[in-house]
Design a protein around this ligand. Structure first.
Ligand code: NDP
Length: 279
């Protein structure tokens, strides 16, 4: 066990560009907690050893990011409901001597959308991508009151697999297809919400294929990708007069939920948001 401040660590590879240390250390400072958040680059082959070290040193909690969100599962003692259903963990909480995996991406996503006053009931969503973040988003959307869901992905079979994340009554309403179907105006014009869960846009230049000009004027575009400037998808959607946001609010909300799980305290979101913008 370590003496000194309580430690929360991020395990990922890479971690250099992560904004989580800035957000969480600002939160600890704002509440006067003697806690510290550190980022460790953990190559895939070292994940088991890193988890063992976290146990040995008595780390109070962990964040887990790419590429470990799924691989970490067998190293943990238990999983929360969302993490178990989604099959991915982004937050680890120490409960007694046990490490419990949680997923705060799903709720973080819903909170970000609720803040934009998006009403889910009876709406249709178009999700682009079927990787780890899409799993969390689809699981969350399945519990939001949404009526219909279209999931398009480069690898169609992965989009199909997301059906199992939905409650039984919604499974029949999921349509899965190839990513290029987002160029089909009749597909896009039905959507009340479009969520980009692909990594397209991360480079600051690319964006998913999408007939944005066919969207309804009321359609909300939510891009999980975020960067220093607005993402190409958000910029283009706004130029067309659509409401569009990047993934920063979701990042903030998932961090707030993790903070609450570790510390039991209400997260100081304003301080965390400031640190996120400055980082
Ligand atoms: P994954 O690697 O699990 O999934 C990547 C997805 O992007 C897959 O659907 C993949 O398709 C698709 N994709 C990748 N490259 C291409 C390409 N060249 N053409 C078409 N499709 C492509 O990543 P995550 O789901 O974890 O993350 C996706 C994005 O979401 C990242 O940019 C990440 O930063 C962001 N994110 C944001 C969060 C937030 O809080 N705002 C939280 C989590 C993620 P295929 O299945 O065919 O490979």
């Amino acid at each position: 066990m370590s003496a000194g401040p309580r430690i929360v660590a991020l395990f990922g590879d890479p971690v250099e560009h992560s904004r989580s240390p800035a957000m969480h250390n600002a939160a600890f400072r704002a509440l006067g907690l003697d806690w510290v958040y550190v980022a460790h680059r953990v190559p895939p082959a070292e994940l088991g050893a890193a988890i063992a070290a976290a146990r040995l040193f008595g780390y109070a909690g962990l964040n887990v990011t790419v590429p470990h969100k799924e691989a970490v599962v067998p190293h943990l003692d238990d999983l929360g409901d969302a993490a178990r259903s989604i099959g991915a963990v982004n937050t680890v909480v120490r409960r007694g001597g046990r490490l419990v995996g949680e997923n705060t991406d799903a709720d973080g996503f819903l909170r970000a959308l609720r803040r934009l006053r998006f009403r889910f009931r009876e709406r249709t969503a178009l999700v682009l991508g079927a990787g780890g973040s899409a799993r969390a988003v689809v699981w969350a959307l399945g519990r939001s009151g949404l009526a219909r869901l279209v999931v398009l992905n480069r690898t169609v079979s992965r989009a199909e697999e997301l059906r199992s994340l939905l409650p039984a009554e919604l499974r029949g309403s999921l349509e899965a297809g190839p990513l290029e179907a987002a160029l089909d105006r009749s597909v896009v014009s039905r959507a009340d919400l479009i969520v980009n869960c692909t990594s397209l846009g991360l480079d600051g230049r690319s964006m998913p294929p999408l007939a944005l000009d066919a969207t309804r004027p009321t359609c909300l575009v939510y891009d999980l990708v975020y960067g220093r400037r607005s993402t190409p998808l958000v910029a283009r959607a706004r130029r067309l007069g659509r409401r569009a946001e990047d993934g920063r609010r979701m990042l903030l909300e998932q961090a707030g939920l993790a903070f609450r799980l570790w510390t039991g305290r209400r997260p100081p979101l304003a301080a965390m948001a400031r640190a996120l913008e400055e980082s």
